[in-house]
Design a binder for this molecule. Structure first.
Ligand code: PGA
Length: 246
C-alpha cells in the first residue's frame, strides 16, 4: 500500500474547493492505496460532508497544541476532531520558514495530535544550501530527534514522515527517484539509531507530478507522495492516484 496525499496549501475559496472535492469524489476509484487531501481549514467541513464514506481521507494543514484558550486565530485538536480530521501536517517547511516554527513547538503539536488519535504527517527536509554543504544527514537527524523526543509510542499506524527537500518544493526541481530513495533509506537508519521503528511510512514531497509519480512510487523506500501544486487539479491528482496504471 502506498499513500497519496494532496496538500492544497492556501488555495481555493469554498466554491472552488467544493468543486475540487466533488470532482475527486466522482473521479477517484480507490484501489489498494490510501488517499488523503489536506484542504485549508475553511474547506474542512465541506471535505467532511463530501468525502464521508468515499474512502478518501481528509486532514488539516496545521493545529495549535493547546486545548483551548486565549490563542487568537488558532485551531485546536478538538476542533479538528469535530471535522472528522484523521491526519494533520506538522513541520512543513513553509511553516518552519515563514512562521518560524521550531522543533520544540512541533514536538508539542505532535504530542497533542497523538494524544487524540490524529496521525501527524511530520515533514522534514534540507534546504539547497544545506544540501550543497553536505549537511543532509545531520539536518534530518536533528529534525527527527527534536520532534520525536518523548514519543516512544510511535509506530507505522500512528505516525507518518514526509521527506520534502526544501529546494524541490514548488520549484519544478524533483529529487531523482534514486536520490529520494537513498535519502529515505538514510532516514530509516536514523530512525533505527533513535530506536524508533524503521517501517514507518515515509512520503516524498517536492514537485511530484503525474509524469514522475510512477518512478518515485516504484522505489523501495518511498511509501507515498505528498503533492502540492499537482494536487490542485483533480485530473492530475487522480492520474497520480492511478500511478500503477501508467
Ligand atoms: P509541491 O509541494 O508539490 O508543489 O512542490 C509539495 C509540498 O509542499 O508539500
Amino acid at each position: 500500500m502506498k499513500i497519496i496525499a494532496g496538500n492544497w496549501k492556501m488555495n481555493g475559496v469554498s466554491s472552488v474547493n467544493r468543486q475540487r472535492l466533488e470532482d475527486l469524489k466522482t473521479l477517484v476509484e480507490l484501489g489498494e492505496d490510501k488517499v488523503i487531501v489536506f484542504p485549508p481549514y475553511t474547506s474542512l467541513s465541506e471535505a467532511q460532508s463530501i468525502l464521508e464514506n468515499t474512502g478518501i481521507a481528509w486532514g488539516a494543514q496545521n493545529v495549535y497544541p493547546e486545548p483551548e484558550g486565549a490563542y487568537t486565530g488558532e485551531i485546536s485538536v478538538s476542533m479538528l476532531l469535530e471535522l472528522g480530521v484523521s491526519y494533520c501536517l506538522v513541520g512543513h517547511s513553509e511553516r518552519r520558514y515563514f512562521f518560524k516554527e521550531d522543533g520544540a513547538f512541533l514536538q508539542k503539536k505532535i504530542c497533542a495530535l497523538m494524544e487524540h488519535g490524529i496521525i501527524p504527517v511530520y515533514c522534514i527536509g534540507e534546504t539547497l544550501e544545506q544540501n550543497e554543504d553536505g549537511l543532509v544527514t545531520g539536518v534530518l537527524e536533528r529534525q527527527l530527534r527534536e520532534a520525536l523526543v518523548g514519543h516512544p509510542e510511535i509506530t507505522k499506524d500512528n505516525f507518518i514522515i514526509a521527506y520534502e527537500p526544501v529546494w524541490a518544493i514548488g520549484t519544478g526541481k524533483t529529487a531523482t527517484p534514486e536520490m529520494a530513495n537513498t535519502t529515505m533509506a538514510m532516514i530509516r537508519e536514523i530512525l533505527a539509531q533513535l530506536e524508533y521503528p524503521t517501517d514507518i511510512n515515509i512520503l516524498y514531497g517536492g514537485s511530484a507530478k503525474p509524469e514522475n509519480a510512477g518512478a518515485l512510487l516504484s522505489q523501495e523506500n518511498i511509501d507515498g507522495l505528498l503533492i502540492g501544486g499537482a494536487s490542485l487539479d483533480p485530473q492530475s491528482f487522480n492520474a497520480m492516484i492511478n500511478w500503477r496504471e501508467s
